[in-house]
Write a protein that binds this ligand. Structure first.
Ligand code: EPZ
Length: 417
């Protein structure tokens, strides 16, 4: 039940290094279930969700070894179970990514239904429909998905809605299916391309990953491989927003600016000065922030995982900005806490209008989900006085030592254990 205490008003300066991407590492870890050989991943962030996925894989019988410096080896030589238990899935819905690999390799999977979460209902119906199209029989009993298939067969999969983990689940399963699978309206996130790169290194036949149409030719078996996970684009965007809000000038290293096109363009629209290098960004806060409207969209659009951080930024812009959330139906949980700090935000369904600049004042606030907690950290950096954020376990799920990294940039921030 750690808390984080921030005293705002200090501009940031110096260099920060970005960790590996949580949302690439999670499917990459599950991909190891597809082979009996060891898979070694580098640049894996040491965050809570990665540990949870380690426990899911261990529960299935895989040997999982966490090594220093963000290296993880998974060896799923012989699986002893096909069940991803409720106790783990309820803490991290990404555990559903074990479903495709288990079904493809073992012909059976028993995965707890993830249920809803703070940001929305988040059903997995599209995942299940796709596996049925690939020949699996799917049932839901006692809160668990029961899936069976002698051997999955290739199919034409059309996703009604773009789904990131849905695309990843089908992509993994199709690698061992009989024949060709084509995914239409696939998600194009960089995390999908990262997963495909690992699968290809394991011997998979994939074309078009990162585009809306992905073709996979199934093979009989996959072998082991080594792979370095891409940097976390959402962590990168979060630090750009931190500098823009707190003031100052920083360098963000070990990132991929090309994965953040929509975010960098939007920040520039608000007046933030950003110089790009191949794997770094030099960010300078403007004297005055301009308001800019934003709508969250699937990649390459503006990511929903940056919406809350962007709202904190817009609370300090000179004028009004409209933020439209199109991905999740309940992703404004941070609004109430921002209002408690003095932000002027009017919410109407999936649209929020933020008017600034208002003086933020430090307050005790509560984190409700991963990105909402990042938003409150950023607001705390800009606020007058002390902010204490409760339930920071949300933050630790996806950010590696964000308090230490910000302290390294000169912020007055500490963790209260
Ligand atoms: C991934 O979640 C990310 N998580 C999320 O990041 C991210 O917000 C989201 O993609 C969107 O970019 C991981 O990669 C582990 P979706 P995912 O399936 O795959 C609906 C973070 O902060 N849908 O792309 O679960 C769904 O309800 C997290 O790191 C169905 O209706 O999201 C949503 O409205 C939060 N049926 C939309 O599609 C389905 O079967 C997009 O969801 C699947 C999805």
């Amino acid at each position: 039940m750690d808390k984080i205490r921030i005293v705002g008003g200090r501009p940031l300066e110096g260099t920060v290094r970005i960790s590996g991407a949580k949302n690439a590492s999670l499917p990459d870890l599950c991909a190891a279930l597809l082979s009996a050989d060891p898979v070694r991943l580098r640049n894996v962030p040491e965050v809570r969700d990665i540990r949870t996925m380690g426990r899911v894989l261990t529960a299935l019988g895989a040997e999982v070894e966490f090594r220093v410096g963000g290296e993880v080896q998974v060896h799923a030589g012989r699986l002893t179970s096909v069940e991803a238990p409720y106790d783990l899935v309820k803490t991290m819905r990404a555990s559903v990514l074990a479903l495709g690999p288990l079904l493809a390799r073992e012909g059976r999977a028993r995965v707890s239904m993830p249920g809803g979460c703070a940001i929305g209902a988040r059903p997995i119906d599209l995942h299940l429909q796709a596996f049925e199209k690939m020949g699996a029989t799917i049932g839901v009993e006692h809160g668990y998905v029961e899936a069976r298939a002698e051997r999955l067969r290739g199919a034409q999969i059309h996703f009604d809605t773009v789904t990131v983990t849905g695309t990843e689940n089908v992509l993994m399963a199709a690698c061992l299916a009989e024949g060709e699978t084509v995914i239409h309206n696939a998600a194009c996130e960089p995390e999908i391309s990262d997963l495909a790169e690992l699968l290809q290194a394991m011997g998979a036949r994939i074309r078009g990953a990162g585009t809306p149409t992905v073709q996979i030719e199934g093979v009989a078996a996959l072998h082991g491989a080594e792979h370095t996970v891409i940097p976390d684009r959402i962590e990168t965007g979060t630090f750009v927003a931190a500098c823009a809000l707190a003031g100052g000038e920083i360098e963000v290293r070990q990132c991929r600016p090309d994965h953040l096109r929509a975010v960098i363009d939007k920040f520039r629209e608000t007046g933030v000065r950003i110089e790009e290098g191949p794997d770094n960004l030099r960010v300078r806060a403007p004297r005055t922030l301009r308001p800019a409207h934003v709508t969250t969209l699937p990649y390459p659009g503006f990511p929903t995982d940056m919406q809350a951080q962007y709202m904190a930024l817009m609370s300090q812009a000179s004028g009004s900005a409209t933020i439209t959330e199109t991905i999740f139906e309940n992703r404004f949980m941070h609004v109430g806490e921002l209002q408690r700090m003095g932000a002027n935000v009017r919410e109407n369904g999936r649209v929020a209008v933020v008017t600034g600049p208002t003086t933020l004042s430090g307050a005790p606030v509560m984190a409700t989900d991963l990105r909402a907690s990042a938003c409150l950290v950023l607001a705390g950096l800009a606020a007058q006085g002390e902010t204490v954020i409760d339930r920071v376990y949300h933050l630790d799920r996806g950010y590696y030592r964000i308090d230490e990294k910000l302290r390294g940039l000169g912020a007055d921030i500490e963790r209260l254990s």
